[in-house]
Design a protein around this ligand. Sequence first.
Ligand SMILES: NC(=O)c1ccc[n+]([C@@H]2O[C@H](COP(=O)([O-])OP(=O)(O)OC[C@H]3O[C@@H](n4cnc5c(N)ncnc54)[C@H](O)[C@@H]3O)[C@@H](O)[C@H]2O)c1
Ligand SMILES: N[C@H](C(=O)O)[C@H](O)COP(=O)(O)O
Length: 328
Amino acid sequence: MIPRIAITPGEPAGIGPDLVLKIAQQEWPAQLIALADKEMLLQRAEQLGLPISLVDFDPAATAQQHQKGQLFVVQHDLESACVAGQLNEKNGHYVVETLTTASQGNMDGLFDAIVTGPVHKGIINQSGIPFSGHTEFFANHSNTSDVVMLLATEGLRVALVTTHIPLAYVAKAITPERLTKVATILYKDLQTKFGIKQPKVLVCGLNPHAGEGGHLGREEIEIIEPVIQSLNAEGMEFIGPLPADTLFQPKYLDSADAVLAMYHDQGLPVLKFKGFGNAVNITLGLPYIRTSVDHGTAIDLAGTGTANTGSMEVAIANAIKMAHEQKA
Ligand SMILES: NC(=O)c1ccc[n+]([C@@H]2O[C@H](COP(=O)([O-])OP(=O)(O)OC[C@H]3O[C@@H](n4cnc5c(N)ncnc54)[C@H](O)[C@@H]3O)[C@@H](O)[C@H]2O)c1
Ligand SMILES: N[C@H](C(=O)O)[C@H](O)COP(=O)(O)O
């Protein structure tokens, strides 16, 4: 089987197009299909000095293995000409349309997975579209009530209970229902997607020192501990709540399969300190496979040829692996 991987390069003024053009120069055991504006890709390829041949994707044709220097494309027209390194809110709709095609195409069985390049959340909002992230967008588009953001690098997996919300809303968003759903999706996907028979997950507290026995916050006592007890009573293995500042050490991590953090900047800085540029972002709980890069649009590097493709490579490799496992 040759998996068909839909790739959204994301923000056209960022490094996403550069990464896609660079990875197209390599061999891949899959058909890579970019959802993008061909003219923009050709201009960027010229700017970067990369040879590229763009071929219109034909969904009726048999899947073809990627050939170096060639890229299948589903054409999406930019609304305004793009200059690498210059954000333009006029192209916000274009970016979101590529994501819509990716999601719909996966649900229709046209593609076997989505790999997303980085989008600029601010410029999409500026274009008039409320947008907090791919994770939330794909959940909404596929009508999935609960999904989980998991980032993984060599030796560490971190999942989040809450994703792209202001810090001021985090405590209220950590309800027994949300925590139970996230933990359950994480546990099941560690089994099914990562082949771990009996996963062991470390759970962070929310407050400093996991609440210090209730003196620094009561969410641990009132929400996190009871949820852990009830999940463990069902045969799962969650350990915590542990103080988030001290759990990221080999003593705990060496025997664990994942860490469940309560919010974005509790878990992701540690993960990115360990593996920035070589990590993958996977959305668990969707009705299709979606992986992504671990970094943003790096506007400062767009069109320079210096953007590192490491995370995009890990994201594509993971999507291919998961597509095979899903078909098996
Ligand atoms: N997957 C995504 O869509 C995604 C992920 C993270 C951030 N973002 C968005 O990206 C925008 C910019 O965010 P930011 O500035 O915080 O983060 P960023 O990752 O774009 O940049 C942070 C720093 O890392 C460098 N960098 C990033 N990717 C690199 C690469 N591949 N190779 C070499 N250097 C690289 C940049 O030059 C910059 O110095 C924001 O709108 C944010 O929301 C999107
Ligand atoms: N939270 C992600 C990160 O820090 O890498 C990033 O913002 C992308 O999230 P989405 O995949 O939901 O766009």
